[in-house]
Write a protein that binds this ligand. Structure first.
Ligand code: ZN
Length: 264
């Protein structure tokens, strides 16, 4: 099963999700992996849970999904995110809640491990740069890892057996942790494929389906071919203004409508 579609951070944006689902159909994909945050922020949480259960082979849970089913998980959320979660809870039916409860925090597929935020000790750390990526690399074993959460398409690569030496008094000690200096960062710009060199591990963030934050409003997802060792981000246009209107109609905060067209 070498060709994975990796999708993440749908955020109850059904129009973007439907556009991506259509695009998946145009590509030759073996498995669809969803990295969570199916709900939160957007106007159509229930329909997005239904479509995710229909389209995805594997779904891991995101922090907004957890907040929809548990008050504890809402700690640290800002006012807009909280307002959206209260709206989300009013929209979800019992079968949606049961679906979310069934999603694990991480999943291991053949050559790919998947989680929402980070494989490191803090599962919802934002992996944005080499240091946080190094912590994530130490928390999974597969050649490829997939994470979402930042809404920015990016790939980190690291050599699997870095020789890192730490000085302890007069002695050098082997340190098996991945040093940040062994991590390289590559922005994933569609449609340019990124090749992962033989012997290197890669941590891939496909960006966000429903709320991109890389100044490009088009929905993002990634196609990872673990045999060819390539990853390619695809961008899919959808009617952003229509979704912004739905957000206003739902009574959600105005900023959540505005940010979609900014891709921020
Ligand atoms: Zn998110």
């Amino acid at each position: 099963m070498p060709r994975y579609a990796i999708i993440s951070d749908i955020h109850a944006n059904l129009d973007a999700f439907e556009a991506v689902a259509d695009d998946l159909g145009r590509c030759d994909v073996d498995l669809v992996v969803c990295l969570g945050d199916v709900v939160g922020y957007g106007p159509d949480p229930g329909a997005c849970v239904d479509l995710a259960m229909d389209v995805c082979d594997t779904i891991v849970v995101g922090n907004h999904d957890l907040a929809a089913i548990s008050d504890d998980a809402m700690r640290g959320f800002n006012d807009r995110a909280r307002a959206a979660i209260h709206y989300t809870r009013r929209q979800l039916a019992a079968h949606h809640l049961r679906a979310i409860e069934s999603w694990p925090e991480r999943a291991s597929l053949e050559a790919l491990d998947a989680t929402h935020g980070s494989f490191g000790p803090n599962g919802f750390e934002y992996v944005t740069a080499a240091a946080s990526a190094a912590r994530a690399f130490d928390g999974f074993d597969a050649p490829f890892g997939a994470i979402g959460h930042t809404h920015v398409p990016i790939a980190f690569v690291a050599h699997p057996a870095p020789v890192a030496l730490a000085l302890d008094g007069d002695h050098f000690l082997d340190d098996e942790r991945t040093p940040a200096s062994c991590v390289r960062t590559h922005r994933l710009l569609a449609p340019v494929p990124h090749a992962v060199a033989e012997g290197w591990r890669a941590l891939i963030n496909p960006g966000s389906v429903g709320q991109p934050r890389d100044r490009n409003p088009d929905a993002a997802w990634a196609l990872l071919d673990t045999d060819a060792r390539t990853v390619r981000v695809r961008r899919v246009a959808y009617d952003v203004e229509r979704v912004a209107d739905k957000i206003r109609l739902a009574g959600l905060p105005e900023r959540l409508a505005q940010r979609l067209s900014l891709g921020a």
